[in-house]
Write a new protein. Sequence first.
Length: 343
Amino acid sequence: MSPGERIHVGEQRVSEVTFRVMDYSAGEFRELRAETAGQCVDFEGRDSPTWIMVTGLHDVDRIGSLLEAYGVHPLVQDDIVNTNQPPKVEDFGSYLYVAARQLTLTPDDCEDDFDVQHFSAVLTDRVLLTFHEAPSPVFAPVLKRLRDGKGRLRSQGPDYLLWALLDALLDHYLVALDALEEEVAEMDEELTLPGADIDLGEIHAIRARTNFLYRVVRPMREVATALQHSDSELLTRSITPFLRDFYDHAWHAIETADHLRESVTSIREFHHAVLSQRMNEVMKVLTAISTVFLPLTFVAGVYGMNFDYQPELHWRWGYGLVWGLFVVITFLLLWYFRRRKWL
């Protein structure tokens, strides 16, 4: 495969690639479901921002036609249809390319805990193109605000819309982290209860989910840092405070994920400590039983040596005296163990 050759890498998650074009201004919102790149270009306003949302990445020819219409480099086109690309920000002067991971919680009946998709965006001076593997509820609140004319979206440019989408994406990171944090807290509380019985497999499972979330969240630090310190003219000064806020949220998500990893590690260590303590208690009891039987075994061995002349064997009360000695030795040892708090 030569560099810049558009080849879709990843799972095909929709049957057909769709183009959704939204042109907006402070007093107007227009929307079109386009079939071709030409329809997208013709529909966009000349003096108003436009959001082109592409859902589905497998039809590389249609996506390529759209990207070529906006002068996007072939290497960037290849990155857009490759779902294995890491999160990053690249400045090409006339446009800005942003890639990130989109994450949502799945319903309880799903096999996987998280739905992770490749998200990418191309920001120009008037148009924002976003690319999604499949429909997702992540950006529904942003789309609703845009349609209803609520907030700043209608009165700002496409750079503000890019921030709003990335912020919504980050909000779902925090939702997943909060859900996992509750699960970790419940496990930690359950482990401290007397007689708690938590399978080590459960701890390893939640540890795997925590590490997975951390790997998804951590690269957002580079994205937030690159956007905050970018010199691109496409990012106006008016969104600087919002990018700073996005950077703070990204750091909060990373710190939460890192704290969860440490908490799960502590739970695993505490679980091992509890198991070791239980094993020590068992060994303590077995050792006490062995210690009690040691002198009894010695006495029994002395009188089982079968010598011809053993005076005690002919005593009338010898058998009872030996049993009495057994009982006295046993009670003395148990009393001593209890006094030393070994039992």
